[in-house]
Design a protein around this ligand. Structure first.
Ligand SMILES: Nc1ncnc2c1ncn2[C@@H]1O[C@H](COP(=O)(O)OP(=O)(O)OP(=O)(O)O)[C@@H](O)[C@H]1O
Length: 211
């Protein structure tokens, strides 16, 4: 259970305001899509939400079970899949899963074998990640988000590098594992987010303020 409140949030790189005056509430369990053209600021917005980069102005408050979460504790509540997130290339798949799940709990009832099967990566369990195809890496990035017992899931371009089977797999996994999570998806591809309750165009936070 996690909700997010943004108060007058704004981000600027050098002289460019990427978004400004964003005041929104994402309720617990909501499914939110962040849309906008290339370079409009979707990833920057998600990076601010995840704490990877700071806001220039304003504030983000995270609440879990009516308690405000401190910045130091926030990472425990969150999983993130994004093109700019690197996987540890020297690890084998099983080593990576063991490593990841030292820091995050698995959802109840899931074993490593079950996760491998769900990601259809069983045959590759002892292969180093550096030898994975881009689609295999993408399923792994998404898989650890789906299978972690974390109430907030942030997905940037979730179906990039996935073929038709992979896209259907993603939609299936979101249905199975996303229900209990607050989910925020940055996307330009309607198939990735048509199940969301709310769509926010990052461009609205430029035009409205005549940036
Ligand atoms: N660290 C940075 N320093 C300076 N400018 C940056 C930085 N990161 C992003 N930008 C700029 O911010 C703008 C928004 O970029 P961002 O990656 O957030 O867009 P996006 O909507 O996710 O794009 P895409 O759909 O192509 O992934 C771009 O003009 C980009 O060049």
């Amino acid at each position: 259970m996690i909700s997010i409140q943004l108060d007058q949030a704004a981000k600027r790189f050098q002289y460019d305001w990427i978004f400004k005056n964003v005041s929104l509430v994402f309720p617990s369990h909501s499914k939110i899509a962040i849309t906008g053209s290339n370079g409009s600021g979707k990833s920057s917005f998600l990076k601010c939400l995840s704490g990877l980069i700071p806001l220039t102005e304003g504030k983000i408050t995270y609440q879990a079970n009516d308690r405000t979460i401190t910045e130091e504790d926030f990472y425990q509540y969150l999983t993130l899949s994004a093109p700019y997130l690197e996987l540890p290339e020297e690890f084998t798949l099983v080593e990576f899963l063991d490593f990841h799940f030292k820091f995050k709990n698995k959802l109840e009832g899931l074993t490593t074998e079950k996760m491998l099967e769900l990601m259809y990566l069983q045959e590759h369990k002892n292969k180093q990640i550096q030898f994975f195809s881009s689609g295999m890496k993408q399923r792994l990035k998404l898989g650890v988000c789906f299978f972690s017992d974390s109430p907030l899931m942030l997905l940037d371009e979730p179906t990039s590098n996935l073929d038709v089977r992979g896209v259907n797999w993603y939609l299936d996994m979101v249905k199975k594992f996303g229900l209990q999570k607050t989910t925020i998806i940055c996307s330009n591809d309607e198939r990735e987010y048509n199940f969301c309750d709310q769509t926010i165009s990052i461009e609205d936070y430029k035009l409205k303020n005549q940036l």
